[in-house]
Design a protein around this ligand. Structure first.
Ligand SMILES: NC(=O)c1ccc[n+]([C@@H]2O[C@H](COP(=O)([O-])OP(=O)(O)OC[C@H]3O[C@@H](n4cnc5c(N)ncnc54)[C@H](O)[C@@H]3O)[C@@H](O)[C@H]2O)c1
Length: 338
């Protein structure tokens, strides 16, 4: 199959490495808004280039991967749906719940051909956590801890267009909690701080965040995020139940030093960034997309499902601003059918 890829920044170039090595993909056409960027990079993947999104639609692609900045996702998804092109789009779907809900309404007749990029759903340890929980091996769940600690902040331009800590980063925690438990987020109490560089506070955004989350069955979750985890990239999902407790991300590359005498764990080297930690998951999600394009698979993360995680992120943003617990129902937009 022939795939298009729009956006060749951090994650787009990484996806191109994966896509160009997938056995199902025999042609890749790439484009970026920055003049000359596609031409400079295309050789790396033996890819063709397109001038822009419009040229990409008309280049005979069977499917499209969108890895552009968040603000561009809604319109590009609408265009792909109108062109009847199966599409993978990076998270989040949109900057706000209202925009995301309008998009979901506009693309509903193409919804099963759209996959949103929440790659943790493809992480082998998260898949095992889900299986253990659903098979009853943990008993009943009393607490969840979800941790996403980045070693250093992304660029100023990226953070400014990211939608902020909760929509950009915490949204992965919300998504994996929902996907593993099969429960919805009912309420979020979020706080944040700025002890790092001033430019993040000036955006304005927080550089460290914490959320206390209540799921719709009463299970409690605690989410912890930062942009300044010097030892490396730390992502863990801990499930604590009445019968057993398990964790994803608790391997030798966990960036956490033990102070116990004689402890040999974790041996390191620590994961430097999300790309090393989730390498297998990113490959699996794009292999799944190739299957979706070939018609052999339903979307593993449809727009409507992704939007539920993004509503929890929106509740967190409101909670931070208003300094109170916010129910997800409060931020759910009500749309008139068009
Ligand atoms: N799933 C994940 O783990 C993960 C990780 C990183 C980023 N992301 C998401 O991926 C998206 C991109 O992030 P990034 O870190 O690669 O950002 P980036 O700023 O490094 O790259 C974005 C690229 O998109 C290009 N672009 C912007 N608008 C365009 C348009 N209309 N047409 C063509 N190209 C356009 C820019 O020129 C830039 O090269 C964001 O939405 C982000 O949330 C997801």
């Amino acid at each position: 199959m022939r795939l298009g890829l729009l956006g060749l920044g951090r994650i787009g170039a990484y996806h191109a490495d994966i896509l160009s090595a997938l056995p199902a993909v025999d042609g890749l056409v790439v484009a970026d808004l920055l003049p000359g960027m596609a031409g400079q990079l295309a050789g790396r993947w033996h890819a063709e280039t397109a001038e822009d999104a419009a040229a990409l639609w008309h280049s005979g692609i069977d499917g499209l991967v969108i890895a552009t900045s968040t603000g561009t996702h809604p319109d590009l998804l609408r265009q792909a749906a109108a062109a009847r092109i199966p599409v993978f789009c990076e998270k989040p779907v949109a900057h706000s719940a209202a925009e995301a809900a309008e998009l979901a309404r506009d693309v509903q007749d193409w919804a099963d051909r759209i996959q949103i990029g929440y790659q943790r759903r493809f992480d082998p340890a998260c898949i095992r956590a889900r299986a253990d929980l659903r098979a009853g091996r943990l008993g009943w769940l009393h607490s969840i801890r979800s941790t996403t600690l980045d070693p250093y902040p992304p660029s100023h331009a990226y953070l400014e267009s990211s939608g902020g800590m909760y929509r950009d980063c915490t949204v992965h925690d919300f998504d994996i909690i929902r996907w593993v438990t099969g429960r919805e987020v009912a309420e979020v109490y979020a706080t944040g701080s700025n002890k790092g560089e001033q430019w993040i506070a000036d955006i304005p955004d927080v550089d460290t965040g914490a959320c206390v989350v209540t799921l719709d069955d009463g299970t409690l979750a605690v989410i912890s995020n930062t942009r300044y985890n010097g030892r490396g990239y730390d992502t863990r999902l801990e499930l604590h139940g009445s019968a057993d407790s398990v964790a994803a991300g608790l391997d030798d590359r966990l960036p956490l030093g033990s102070l116990e005498a004689g402890a040999q764990f974790p041996r390191g080297p620590a994961y430097p960034t999300f790309m090393e930690r989730f390498a297998q998951a990113y490959r699996a999600e794009l292999a799944a997309f190739a299957q979706l394009v070939a018609g052999g698979m339903a979307s593993p993360c449809p727009v409507a499902d992704a939007i539920e995680s993004e509503l929890a992120a929106e509740a967190a943003a409101v909670s931070l601003r208003e300094h109170r617990p916010v129910r997800v129902g409060e931020v759910r937009p009500v749309l008139n059918p068009s």
